[in-house]
Design a protein around this ligand. Structure first.
Ligand code: PMV
Length: 331
């Protein structure tokens, strides 16, 4: 019997401690700066890919709905890259499931594209190294390259296709911190991060951000190395606000927060000031707040957050492994 060109991968999302914002090369998704993140265990994507004979076009279903428009195009383009590498012309069936609502700041493009990269490249028989998977995932979605290695990860910006990829700094068990994700809206964000990256350079403060980032990256890496949570948190929160300052001052401006996001940011700072729970916030290009805390404080913090009006869902995430192949197919 012919070998089945089928594989299933599970990939975590990741939360950026130092944000990737702005690209040097748009086509290759070479970023303007290094970024740092942690893979998270409760926000993930499972994707099964099968390349089939007698199929006229790629069939793609995400969370029970047939993918259309831009979403479909992006997946087909990535399948095309992988077919080309494997010298294969068969069309694919792709079924994908997210554990969280898409495009709410829980990085669905990162976990989605990392899972697609691993499942599709495995199905066609390409036996890629972690580095090559990270490079390939990057072409589909920048932050996806950081969901290939697990744990605490740095994306080294590089200058070309060969030297821009993510590497693990520490495995997931290294540090017992938690990302308590607070979902305040289930609506899709209006501005995709792709157009946000493009707008970054219109901010008068963008050059200053890029100039200051290397020393912040060195400082946060040292804080992680020493497990100095307070220092780490202070750098993390400043960086999140610095990134949003670029968004707010772009032309046209991008305001990703909802009133509830802002309320939670204030509460997190007040709880710290009052000596209650020590946590620090960060937000990607969406309304979701990620409250980073020590695992020993996660339940207490989650309870406090759940009690805030308009909070839809609170999810406690721990550091996770990276993208991996799993046995149970979705079809
Ligand atoms: O990978 P993209 O194009 O979805 O960009 C991600 C951008 C941020 O989430 C805002 C920051 C980051 O580093 O994840």
């Amino acid at each position: 019997m012919a070998k089945k060109l089928k594989a299933t991968a599970k990939s975590p999302a990741n939360i950026a401690f130092i944000k990737y914002w702005g690209k040097k090369n748009e086509k290759l998704r070479i970023p303007s700066n290094n970024s740092l993140s942690m893979c998270i265990d409760k926000a993930n994507t499972i994707t099964t890919v099968e390349f089939k004979k007698n199929q006229k076009k790629d069939y793609i279903k995400i969370d029970g709905k047939t993918a259309q428009g831009r979403e479909r195009k992006r997946v087909v383009k990535h399948l095309q890259r992988i077919r080309k590498k494997a010298n294969l012309s068969l069309k694919a069936k792709v079924i994908s499931k997210n554990s969280f609502p898409k495009a709410t700041g829980l990085a669905s493009s990162a976990s989605g594209m990392a899972a697609l990269t691993l499942a599709a490249s495995t199905a066609v028989g390409l036996n890629l190294s972690e580095k090559d998977l990270s490079k390939l995932a990057r072409l589909a979605s920048g932050s996806a390259c950081r969901s290939i290695p697990g744990g605490f990860v740095e994306w080294q910006k590089g200058t070309n296709q060969e030297n821009s990829f993510a590497v693990q700094l520490y495995p997931s068990e290294y540090w017992k911190i938690a990302d308590v994700a607070v979902i305040v809206s289930k609506k899709m964000k209006k501005t995709s991060s792709t157009s946000g990256h493009r707008l970054a350079k219109t901010s008068p403060f963008y050059k200053i951000r890029l100039k200051n980032l290397p020393k912040n990256i060195t400082a946060i890496k040292k804080a992680i190395k020493n497990k100095n949570f307070s220092l780490f948190g202070n750098i993390l929160e400043k960086e999140a606000l610095n990134f949003h300052a670029i968004c707010l001052t772009s032309n046209p401006p991008l305001l990703y927060w909802s009133p509830t996001s802002l309320l939670i940011m204030k509460k997190i700072q007040n709880w710290r000031r009052e000596g209650k729970t020590e946590s620090y916030f960060t937000l990607d290009a969406g309304t979701t707040i990620h409250a980073i805390t020590r695992q020993k404080d996660e339940q207490k913090l989650a309870e406090r957050l759940k009690n805030i009006k308009d909070v839809k869902k609170v999810v406690i995430n721990h550091p996770s492994n990276g993208a991996r192949i799993i046995k149970n197919h979705l079809f």
